[in-house]
Design a protein around this ligand. Structure first.
Ligand SMILES: Nc1ncnc2c1ncn2[C@@H]1O[C@H](COP(=O)(O)OP(=O)(O)OP(=O)(O)O)[C@@H](O)[C@H]1O
Ligand SMILES: [Mg+2]
Length: 333
């Protein structure tokens, strides 16, 4: 596989009343063509701001203070507004939690779907409409030609999310960022959307970044997982590795809060104790230390960098930012 995306040392902060809120604090990762990456972590850990920083979809109070982003071999860190509009319209598709943040309630679905193709790809209207209907078929919406003439409110929540997915894929982007796309949906519809995206990914060979706070959702879906805490990546590994051999105490905590199928009914799940980190100061020691059962003195003095865990095997990478070796295998022979 070839590299599609390379992110190096990304930092984003928000101007606050007195000082700054440090939302993303030096994030580096890459993505292969056709790969599906899961990004997980509890609310406020910087998942959305990291991914929105890549495409500069940020409010005016946000400042990207460091980092480079290379998409398809091109450094887009200093792209102009016009270049960014093209990137967001053609190269990177987005799916959000609430379809109504992207769909205009007063405009017919067909027009909303086709206008990007007409504007960015200079496609004639008829062709753009035909393509829009094709993509509605692809995402499992029946009577697609009639649907083009409907307004978003005429569809159910699950159907609107399917329209959003069609919209994100329509320009055949090389990357799709899905930010908690199923959180607002009920469990059955959620499972259908997950199946749909898995299926489309195989059909279209699109790279996908799937953001969620629910680690269990990623099972059987993504190739690799990034775990974030306090605007930092604290662990990165293949899906199997994360489940079989988690190395960061925070990842272990997240795994323990996943409900087991055989868990006795009504039993409360353990959640990770303690308060989320204070992001008004830049982390200089391990931000998870105050909540960590494994902490040693060093954790409160120095922030650990991501380090490779050796002997993982060919074509695989497992990185962790922790001073303590908490792996269940200790050392690998
Ligand atoms: N527009 C904003 N202005 C100020 N601070 C913000 C803004 N958007 C996000 N933040 C802060 O940046 C940090 C990271 O937020 P982010 O939205 O990336 O979290 P997240 O991991 O996506 O959480 P969630 O799971 O709730 O979506 C949080 O502390 C959040 O409060
Ligand atoms: Mg978010």
């Amino acid at each position: 596989m070839a590299k599609l995306l390379e992110v190096n040392n990304l930092e984003t902060r928000f101007k606050a009343r007195s000082g700054y809120l440090y939302a993303v604090n030096g994030v580096s990762f890459s993505l292969e063509k056709g790969e599906m990456l899961g990004v997980v972590g509890e609310s406020g850990c910087g998942k959305s701001v990291t991914m929105m920083s890549l495409i500069k979809l940020l409010p005016p109070s946000a400042q990207i203070t460091n980092g480079t982003v290379i998409l398809d071999g091109k450094d887009i860190s200093h792209a102009t507004t016009q270049e960014m509009n093209y990137i967001r319209g053609v190269k990177v598709g987005m799916i959000f939690q609430d379809p109504m943040t992207s769909l205009n309630p007063f405009v017919k679905i067909g027009i909303q779907l086709s206008e990007g193709l007409m504007y960015h790809k200079k496609m004639p209207k008829q062709e753009a409409m035909r393509r829009s209907a094709e993509y509605l078929d692809l995402v499992g919406i029946s009577n697609s030609t009639e649907r083009l003439n409907e307004y978003p409110h005429q569809l159910s929540g699950g159907m609107r999310q399917r329209v959003m997915i069609a919209m994100a894929l329509l320009s055949e982007p090389s990357l799709v960022i899905a930010d908690e796309p199923t959180t607002a949906l009920d469990v059955t519809i959620q499972a259908q959307i997950v199946e749909l995206v898995k299926d489309l990914r195989v059909k279209l060979n699109t790279s996908i970044i799937w953001i969620t706070h629910d680690l269990s959702l990623l099972a059987g879906m993504v190739d690799r997982i990034i775990v974030m805490y306090a605007g930092l990546i604290v662990e990165e590994a293949s899906l199997d590795e994360i489940y079989k051999d988690p190395r960061h105490p925070y990842t272990i905590g997240l795994l323990h809060s996943i409900p087991k199928v055989d868990a006795s009914h009504g039993k409360r799940l353990p959640s990770i104790g303690g308060a989320p980190p204070n992001l008004y100061v830049k982390p200089t020691s391990c931000p998870f230390a105050p909540r960590c059962a494994f902490k040693v003195e060093r954790c409160e003095q120095e922030n650990p960098q991501l380090r490779d865990i050796p002997n993982i095997g060919p074509n695989s990478l497992h990185r962790v930012a922790c001073w303590v070796d908490v792996g269940n295998r200790g050392s690998r022979a």
